[in-house]
Design a protein around this ligand. Structure first.
Ligand code: ATR
Length: 295
């Protein structure tokens, strides 16, 4: 299908009615979100633009007040603002409260700020899109890492009905804290914390392995995961999308296991935010195609 506005997101020149969206981060220059949202807005003919704003943590509250004053529709937040946004909201979605982080803010006509977290559902959307036959209600999951990203992934999986999740972290006490926070909200699920070591990972009982540890530390995750101990049917995910094939995913592929990188999660968290702001569905397939061309 041909759509000149999609090929050139600036074909429609902003005018007096153009509304603004954006993403805040520190740093923010690396973000792919404008490359997701601007083509999607253009594709649907919406008179909005999405920009990246470098906001220093000390000026977060000031920036948010400015966004309200300017009548912005909403914004995304990335590191390090996701937790600090919570007290600045007029209303926080219960799931975002549970995760302890906001990645999407919608500003209504009266200037009220509503905070959401679309990372959790973005992860499970990507997972079920890539593996349509996966029944999360019967899936035993092993999550590597217990930071902010892991919290989103674990809540997404629990919301989707995952019955058994083991969280493995270098600092075991942090995994224990994550579980202590979430277990009371999901009494039907069994949650367990272990150390991130070769000996302690329950690989033989794992249907789905998700790595949320930072890319720089990935070798630690790779070293701890003996791929040959995973069942042949296990799925291996990394929430990183650059590089598209991390050492963990490469090792999994070499063992014949199905893999998924973080690109789908990135697109789907964006898609959920897009719907909160515009009430419309993002054209996910062409956006993915375009992003793959950029990466
Ligand atoms: P994010 O929001 O991306 O999750 P974070 O909250 O700083 O970032 O969490 C980083 C995660 O990567 C943590 O699970 C961290 O483990 P610790 O809690 O023990 O710090 C993990 N991580 C970072 N560097 C690591 C390393 N060298 N080896 C293993 N895990 C590491």
């Amino acid at each position: 299908m041909s759509n000149t506005a999609f090929d050139n997101p600036f074909v429609r020149i902003p005018d007096g009615q153009t509304r603004l969206l954006g993403v805040i981060g520190h740093p923010v220059a690396h973000t792919l979100s404008p490359a997701i949202h601007n083509p999607a807005l253009a594709w649907l003919g919406l008179n909005m633009r999405y920009l990246a704003f470098h906001v220093h943590p000390e000026r977060l509250a000031e920036a948010v007040r400015g966004f309200v004053a300017m009548g912005m529709v909403g914004f995304n937040a990335t590191v390090p603002h996701k937790e600090a946004l919570l007290p600045l909201m007029d209303w926080v979605d219960p799931l975002a409260q549970r995760i302890g982080a906001i990645n999407t803010v919608a500003i209504d006509e009266t200037g009220r700020l509503r905070g959401y977290n679309t990372d959790a559902s973005g992860f499970t959307d990507a997972l079920t899109e890539a593996f349509p036959r996966l029944d999360l209600g019967k899936t035993a999951v092993l999550v590597l890492g217990a930071g902010g990203a892991a919290r989103g992934v674990v809540v997404g999986l629990l919301e989707a009905g995952a019955p058994h999740i083991v969280v493995a972290n270098r600092t075991r006490s942090r995994a224990e804290q994550l579980i202590a926070d979430l277990a009371p909200c999901y009494p039907g699920a069994t949650l367990e914390a272990v150390a991130l070591t070769l000996q302690s990972l329950p690989l033989a009982e794992c249907d789905l392995l998700v790595n949320t540890t930072l890319p720089g530390s990935e070798s630690a995750a790779v070293q701890a995961v003996a791929m040959e101990c995973l069942p042949k049917t296990a799925l291996v995910c990394d929430i990183v999308y650059t590089p598209p094939e991390t050492p963990l995913l490469r090792a999994a592929k070499e063992h014949g296991l199905a893999t998924l990188n973080g690109l789908g999660m990135l697109i789907h968290q964006g898609s959920r935010a897009f719907t909160l702001w515009t009430g419309q569905k993002m054209p996910v397939a062409p956006i993915r195609e375009r992003l793959l061309g950029l990466l």
